[in-house]
Design a protein around this ligand. Structure first.
Ligand SMILES: [Zn+2]
Ligand SMILES: [Zn+2]
Length: 403
């Protein structure tokens, strides 16, 4: 038996070490698929523990396996690794030293907490039946890392039976855990539309096909989809964030590119939106005598938490942090998260851990150039991860059956 006070003590004892690691990672953020330095730092930390380490997964990713004292199931704890193309504005002593790149989504926090969990759980190796796999995944922000990690067999050898992910969250107070049953986040798919017309002189519009006018109609029609073609009880968003076209005020523009994203809380709604966008673009292009090309990137499915695993993490968080430190979230977010790719394959759950503290100015939202985390939440995240893993392996029997 492992007593929770042992886990609490070990996690609390790591606060300085984890804060230093988080700051080291924060100072040197790297963009999606370029997490080489980050990978080297993690590798050095993990190599000092008794783990079976696999590096070079999806190029910069890695996974470490802690084998317990007896064969059993394997639970995975997942962190993402990438920063964002944002110039940090907060003047902290540990601010980003890389111009134009920043850990503005807290992935430095996630990596640190999973390293901390590896360290704490290593101390209980001889009292754990089964295995814990610590997964460090590149390129979450580009929604491509999880898929490539799965292709690299991160969920195999030993086969992962359940997976737990989490996100630092500035709108929850430090150390408060947010739990969501069912759909927690939306699907996210980027799309592009190329409209092709016929160039010409602005004074001779009848001899040309103007793609700027066509783009105006296409935008109107696309915004009609969510308001008029999707059941209002099924949340969905279609946004166009980029438009490019034209070279001079007196030249008819023969090529416009539109880029946007589609978000939905179910795959059928997402598929319906894709179908309707194509229908509108095709109809308008035909009617206006132009041509088009419409492409949708693969993206990530909605993040749909499994009930048994969600209950496991909720109960574990209540036990290790106290019932008053755990909240249930009632509504899904329309943000995307490629952790959903794992839980399409195996049972799992994703939770939030509060990092918002007005006294430390850490309540700015994710992706803000002022984003920061309250590092006091690090040991709290470690406790929840460790206690969930221990309960899963030693006591809890749920999860495997609940997909
Ligand atoms: Zn992000
Ligand atoms: Zn993130």
């Amino acid at each position: 038996m492992i007593h929770r006070s042992e886990v609490q003590r070990k996690a609390d004892a790591l606060v300085q070490e984890l804060t230093a690691l988080r700051r080291e990672l924060h100072k040197h953020p790297e963009l999606s698929n370029h997490e080489g330095r980050t990978s080297a730092i993690l590798r050095e930390r993990l190599e000092s523990m008794d783990l079976e380490l696999r590096t070079g997964l999806a190029v910069t990713g890695m996974a470490g396996v802690l084998r317990g004292n007896a064969p059993g199931r394997t639970v995975a704890l997942r962190a993402d690794m990438d920063g964002l193309p944002i110039q940090e504005k907060k003047q902290s002593p540990y601010r980003s030293e890389v111009p134009g790149v920043m850990h503005a989504c807290g992935h430095d926090f996630h990596m640190t907490a999973v390293v901390g969990a590896a360290k704490v759980l290593s101390a209980f190796q001889d009292r754990i039946g089964g295995n814990v796999k610590f997964i460090f995944q590149p390129s979450e922000e580009k929604v491509s890392g999880a898929k490539r990690m799965i292709q690299a067999d991160v969920l195999k050898n030993p086969d992962v039976s359940s997976i737990i992910g989490f996100h630092a969250f500035p709108l929850l107070p430090t150390g408060i855990v947010g739990i969501k049953y069912g759909v927690m986040m939306a699907s996210a798919n980027r799309f592009s539309i190329h409209l092709y017309g016929r160039p010409g002189h602005a004074a001779k519009p009848h001899l040309s096909v103007d793609t700027i006018s066509i783009a105006a109609m296409v935008i109107q029609a696309i915004h009609f989809i969510v308001s008029n073609r999707i059941d209002p009880l099924h949340p969905a968003v279609v946004s166009i964030g980029m438009i490019r076209g034209g070279s001079a005020e007196n030249v008819v523009c023969d090529h416009v590119e539109l880029r946007g994203s589609i978000r939905a809380t179910s795959n059928p709604v997402r598929d319906l939106i894709v179908e309707k966008i194509e229908k509108k673009v095709r109809g308008i292009s035909d009617a206006m005598e132009g041509q088009y090309r419409f492409t949708v990137e693969e993206g990530s499915p909605p993040l749909d938490n499994h009930t048994e695993m969600t209950r496991l993490v909720e109960t574990s968080a209540q036990e290790i942090l106290g019932t008053d430190r755990v909240q249930r979230l009632s509504e899904p977010s329309m943000g995307g998260e490629d952790f959903s790719c794992y839980i399409e394959k195996i049972p799992g759950t994703y939770f939030r851990i509060g990092t918002g503290n007005p006294a430390k100015d850490t309540c700015h939202y994710l992706h803000s150039n002022l984003f920061d985390v309250d590092e006091a939440a690090l040991p709290e995240a470690v406790k929840v991860l460790c206690w969930s893993a221990i309960r899963y392996l030693n006591e809890n029997d749920g999860g495997e059956s609940a997909h």
